[in-house]
Design a protein around this ligand. Sequence first.
Ligand SMILES: NC(=O)c1ccc[n+]([C@@H]2O[C@H](COP(=O)([O-])OP(=O)(O)OC[C@H]3O[C@@H](n4cnc5c(N)ncnc54)[C@H](OP(=O)(O)O)[C@@H]3O)[C@@H](O)[C@H]2O)c1
Length: 383
Amino acid sequence: MEYRTMENLGIETSLLGFGCMRFPTDADGGIDEALALAMIDRAYQAGVTYFDTAYPYHGGQSEVVTGKALARYPRDSYRLATKLPLWSVKTIADVERIFQEQLGRLDKSFIDFYLLHALDRERWQAAKELDVLSYCEKLRAEGKIKYLGFSFHDEYEVFEEILTAYRWDFCQIQFNYMDKDTQATTRGMELAARLGIPVVIMEPVKGGSLAKLPWDGIDELFKKARPDASTASWAMRYVGSFDNVKVILSGMSTMDQVEDNLRTFADFEPLDATEQALVAQVADALGARVQNGCTGCRYCMPCPAGVDIPKCFYVWNQYHIYENVDEARWNWTKAVADAQKASNCIKCGKCEQACPQHIAIREDLARLQSELDAVAGQMGAGQ
Ligand SMILES: NC(=O)c1ccc[n+]([C@@H]2O[C@H](COP(=O)([O-])OP(=O)(O)OC[C@H]3O[C@@H](n4cnc5c(N)ncnc54)[C@H](OP(=O)(O)O)[C@@H]3O)[C@@H](O)[C@H]2O)c1
């Protein structure tokens, strides 16, 4: 396992971190606890020491299952991260109540890495007005949290403002070879390095999109260069090639993904110049085809009208990337129920306020409904 040092904190973390937002689920949508525990155990035994959960993941159950999984190991042998859901905070009493609830769910007496969750311009303003940081500093002084940071979803200028406004212990950003010019951007990575603030990466495989590229022979470029390497490993190695990246969080949802990622990080190799050029080629080709930047984080859900927004976007983006009409028709007619389809959108805009990617969701839903209806009709006529 590759380990990196957070110099400012004087600690070492495994470069691969376990993201506990995408645990395997059972038929009724709950966490498949036996498998989730087995996956965490495999990762821990192989040297993973960083585990990232949050208050809302899996409807609150992620913190419970993560806490249960980690209870099997000595408390000083791993680092536990969780996050304060600022959107549920109106007063400091809310922070206190939520934090106590989190300690209870996790069944722990302290949190190693505590984050203000999904900061953007508005949430940062609200956090400042409430002086949430002073309260978090009190928690740190009491030993209830060790390190204080934030996760981020907005544009570079906002990132710069937040990063330079306070002496953060660490920060967490979305970064992958498709998101190097969006969100905090490569500039943001460089700024954090200059300030000596270690970076934790989320969505390194863009929520799964960069793990499957079987079109136009593009994946063949990767396969030719490294026949035994998975497509996901290229995305991980791209991110890990930045020195100030100290943890790469992967939301693994199967044991095979755990095994594959452990192989990538067991003997980690940064990309060389030829490989960097190959990744840039793939990024250009992909960028030309994806319709929007939905990563499937589901912050937009639940939709009051029942639309399964991430599912609709997934089918739409897959169709545009792969141009597999049979698959798109099957997905649109069988995998997305009528009650979940974009046509149910009432244009209330609640989803757009929550979307970390700032996607024009209502507009895109209208476009995809007519495009996918046309695809389904076109195939139906041909049968
Ligand atoms: N703080 C925030 O605002 C925030 C936001 C988002 C995420 N996070 C945290 O960051 C973590 C990482 O983000 P993420 O889960 O979006 O990461 P990610 O690694 O980009 O996406 C995870 C998905 O990638 C696919 N995958 C991962 N490894 C793979 C492999 N070796 N082979 C094939 N597919 C693979 C799987 O997709 P399929 O199963 O669909 O194939 C998996 O569900 C989250 O789990 C969460 O803890 C935080």
